[in-house]
Design a protein. Structure first.
Length: 286
């Protein structure tokens, strides 16, 4: 990364920053603007309204330091501490997986199984920042939503997000999968568990290099967590209740076989916006 000049305007710094990040980011201009907003503690609208404003030396140095971190591959969401999901600003950090747009499909499908006029119970497995649980809870205020995660640091972030968003019909518990809800039943169980194979080269690329390995690595073939969930899920779903799991593009068939082995019905695959296999749902029938 080359040095940037000092005593330049916001526009000039943003132009330089976008050029520097063009080889490491899919959205270099947006990244540059978000980093500038961090330095100036201003929204992006301010940058557009006052592009000729000149940065002082301290501001310029802070901006250059942030550019270097982003240039090294550090996720922009960890740097800003915020990621938008389901039109909600969520606090994120190195303790949690950065919520992906693809996971909004999981929310959409869960909402289809949750009538607005009924008091239902929902379980979110591997909640992380609380993204899925909070989205469902906000859209279905009559539902009682529980998010589970084995990471106490992740749960602290999820609880902070619930408080900041003022969503009261959600609860977060520390749990190794279903341990913290023994004896309880749910109308919908949804989850975005770890599903990356332990030898997948993507673990060493992009944002994944900085994200918690616990939230990504699922052993050989990426199926370990799915097996653990499928062995126990039927004990926690009401009759005619639904199980929805996000997975990788090549994992639908092995996951389907696990569901069939546990005698689930109405097994259906759903594709994401890019046409990739993304979520499989099924119904529990005693």
């Amino acid at each position: 990364m080359t040095e940037i000049d000092y005593d330049l305007s916001i526009r000039q710094y943003l132009d330089d920053g976008a050029a520097i990040l063009s080889g490491v980011s899919d959205s270099p201009r947006l990244d540059a603007e978000l980093l500038m907003g961090m330095v100036l503690r201003r929204p992006r609208s301010f940058l557009h309204a006052w592009p000729e404003r000149v940065l002082d030396r301290e501001e310029a140095q802070q901006y250059e330091q942030l550019l270097r971190r982003r240039f090294s591959g550090e996720p922009i969401a960890y740097m800003t501490g915020v990621r938008e999901f389901w039109s909600m600003p969520l606090r994120v950090g190195p303790a949690v997986l950065i919520p992906r747009p693809d996971t909004e499909l999981l929310v959409e499908l869960a909402l289809r199984r949750l009538p607005e006029d009924q008091d239902l119970r929902v379980l979110d497995l591997g909640t992380g920042s609380g993204a899925v649980a909070l989205a469902i809870a906000r859209e279905r205020p009559r539902a009682a939503v529980i998010g589970l995660d084995i990471s106490q640091a992740a749960l602290e972030l999820a609880r902070d997000n619930a408080r900041l968003l003022k969503i009261g019909n959600v609860e977060f518990r520390e749990s190794d999968w279903f341990d913290a809800v023994r004896g309880e039943k749910f109308d919908v169980v949804a989850g975005n568990p770890p599903y990356v194979a332990e030898d997948d080269p993507h673990l060493g690329r992009g944002d994944a290099r900085f994200e918690p390995r616990l939230a990504l690595d699922a052993g050989a073939g990426g199926m370990n967590c799915f097996r653990a969930i499928m062995e126990r899920a039927h004990n926690y779903i009401v009759r005619q209740g639904w199980l929805l799991l996000e997975h990788g593009p090549a994992q639908h068939m092995p996951l389907r076989r696990l569901m069939e082995a546990q005698h689930y019905h109405d097994i259906t695959l759903h594709k994401d916006a890019a046409g990739r296999d993304r979520v499989t749902e099924c119904r529990f029938v005693e």
